[in-house]
Design a protein around this ligand. Structure first.
Ligand code: ZN
Ligand code: ZN
Length: 282
């Protein structure tokens, strides 16, 4: 059978710092004919336009939690849509600051908003979406995105996105055998105490979790601005063999594999990261 494309583009990768050159947490998953955004951080709409995707093309938006760096781009995204089709947004019940910031928007007739709980599960075009509980200083969920192949039980590609969280068993449970785990790694191991205090994860913690979940590949994101990508990569590669540290507009493509090829150990993923997707486009 011919497999369709299954990839994730990192539109923004920064943690909470506000920097015009460094958009905050936003991913775009493209599977088959379906496009899903996971979190809509600062600068998300501009990043979408830079890769020549219109907000009208987005089928659904998933929110991990209502911290500003994960939803501040929503008003621009929603206001830019001109079509009469309804955009579905799934996320935890909005916090009071989020409700004030998004006042009116989530009640628009052109938006379907559903406050989800853990173990929410739904088919969304060519992708199946599920939540799982995570551990942060506000109610938060990670998301599992699995491709839907009608009539096919094997070889479905799966990406697990942690959102902001401490390392937790629930991620290991849902990420078991996933093609790609996208995990936050706000701090390096030398600042593990800060990760604990602020309810985030370190690079080392994310890499150890990837081993326990026996995932194919690990992508680290939400790295605090005081660290270089290289320092995060070096720390992770001491533990886990297939690590990617995407920059904004990098795309990770997941190659299809049979279930038997995925069985066994960790780091078996067939992934390739293409840098800066706007290159080569008009
Ligand atoms: Zn964050
Ligand atoms: Zn957060």
């Amino acid at each position: 059978m011919k497999f369709k494309e299954f990839n994730i583009t990192f539109l923004g990768t920064s943690a909470a710092s506000i920097n015009p050159y460094s958009p905050t947490s936003t991913c775009l998953l493209e599977g088959g004919d379906t496009k899903i955004m996971i979190d809509v951080g600062i600068g998300a709409l501009r990043q979408l336009h830079r890769i020549h995707i219109d907000s009208e093309e987005i089928d659904a938006v998933l929110i991990t939690h209502w911290h500003f760096d994960h939803y501040a781009g929503l008003p621009a995204l929603l206001k830019s849509r001109k079509s009469t089709s309804v955009l579905s947004i799934y996320g935890p019940k909005p916090s009071i600051p989020a409700r004030i910031y998004l006042i009116g928007l989530l009640h628009s007739a052109l938006i379907y908003f559903e406050a989800v709980t853990e173990n929410f599960s739904k088919d969304c075009g060519d992708i199946h979406i599920e939540t799982f509980p995570t551990v942060h200083d506000i109610i938060s969920f990670g998301w599992v995105l699995t491709e839907r192949i009608p009539g096919e039980q094997c070889g479905k590609r799966r990406i697990v996105i942690s959102g902001d969280t401490r390392p937790t068993q629930s991620i290991i449970n849902v990420a078991e055998g996933a093609d790609l785990l996208v995990h936050e790694a706000t701090y390096l191991d030398k600042h593990a105490n800060r990760a604990y205090t602020h309810e985030h994860s370190t690079v080392t913690e994310a890499a150890n979790l990837a081993i326990k979940a026996r995932v194919g590949a690990l992508a680290l994101t939400h790295i605090a601005h005081q660290y270089s990508k290289l320092s995060a990569l070096k720390e992770a590669e001491k533990i886990f063999p297939v690590v990617l540290v995407p920059s904004p507009l990098d795309t990770i493509y997941i190659e299809p594999l049979s279930d038997s090829a995925k069985r066994g150990n960790f780091g078996w993923g067939h992934v390739r990261m293409i840098g800066n997707r706007i290159i080569g486009k008009v």
